[in-house]
Design a protein around this ligand. Structure first.
Ligand code: IPE
Ligand code: IPE
Ligand code: MG
Length: 244
């Protein structure tokens, strides 16, 4: 007779999945194609994963689309990535809205081209009352910037007498992050075999389950997503306590 597990396996899907979509460049290079082709295929994989999250009952999906460090790439590649984002938002918005998806963007947006800032604001506004999947796109996002911004806001509140230093708690701090109102991720997936966080959701992933998969992002399908969710459901989340 198989031994009963020592703890209850979580059977519900993760509420919030965050994904570091990595490997577009390697996908293209392996095929003798320009990196742009990899980014283009990567955008198709996004559609697949959004569908998958709806199907599996995931409530929040955060996608790392462009990091605050990605400005170090050649200007032409940065322009390609911004161009693809424009195309993606313009092409997908009507469908996302029809499917009750609420879309939000996190990151430092004042450094983005002004038409993209308008596109972002328009997409957020149009979908703000939707109650289906919450799609969060991290664009010009860096967790260290985010934490510094939160510190500055708290320091300002203290200077202006709106807040006492001892009123700074995990809750007040988290409420100053770009992710205010969004639950912490339960499962963080990084594709392409790299095993690092690259400045993504550092505060929010304190107790997140990590999943590193070798598949390159353009090859990532709903089957890969299903497997990552199934692996997650076998894990025991302890949050520092003893085993149940
Ligand atoms: C991820 O793929 C996309 C972005 C970072 C915008 P990469 O472009 O990092 O692909 P690799 O890591 O070079 O293969
Ligand atoms: C992380 O990937 C950023 C995104 C996926 C948007 P990178 O490819 O930029 O990360 P590093 O440079 O390998 O750490
Ligand atoms: Mg990469």
């Amino acid at each position: 007779m198989p031994l009963a597990p020592a703890y209850d396996e979580p059977s519900s899907p993760p509420t919030h999945i965050a994904i570091i979509m990595d490997g577009n460049g390697r996908w293209a290079t392996a095929r003798g194609l320009p990196r742009f082709a990899g980014h283009q295929r990567g955008a198709e994989a996004v559609r697949e994963v959004v569908e998958g999250c709806k199907h599996f009952g995931v409530r929040y999906l955060t996608l790392y689309a462009f990091s605050s460090e990605n400005w170090k790439r050649p200007e032409a590649e940065v322009n390609d990535l911004m161009g693809l984002l424009r195309v993606y938002v313009k092409r997908e918005l009507a469908d996302l809205h029809k499917n009750d998806v609420r879309i939000r963007f996190i990151g430092k947006h004042d450094a983005l081209p002004s038409d993209i800032q308008e596109l972002i604001a328009g997409a957020e506004e149009r979908t703000r009352d939707n109650t289906g999947l919450n799609l969060v796109i991290a664009l010009n996002y860096g967790a260290r910037n985010e934490i510094i911004d939160a510190c500055r806001q708290l320091a300002e509140d203290v200077r202006e007498g709106r807040l006492m230093p001892n009123e700074i708690t995990e809750q007040t701090f988290a409420s100053r992050l770009y992710t205010n109102g969004i639950p912490n991720p339960d499962l963080l997936i990084r594709t392409s075999g790299e095993q690092r966080l690259s400045n993504f959701l550092l505060w929010q992933s304190a107790y997140c389950e990590l999943s590193f998969v070798d598949t390159l992002w353009p090859d990532f399908t709903q089957e890969h997503l299903a497997k990552a969710i199934a692996d997650y459901q076998k894990r025991e989340r302890r949050y520092g306590a003893t085993s149940a």
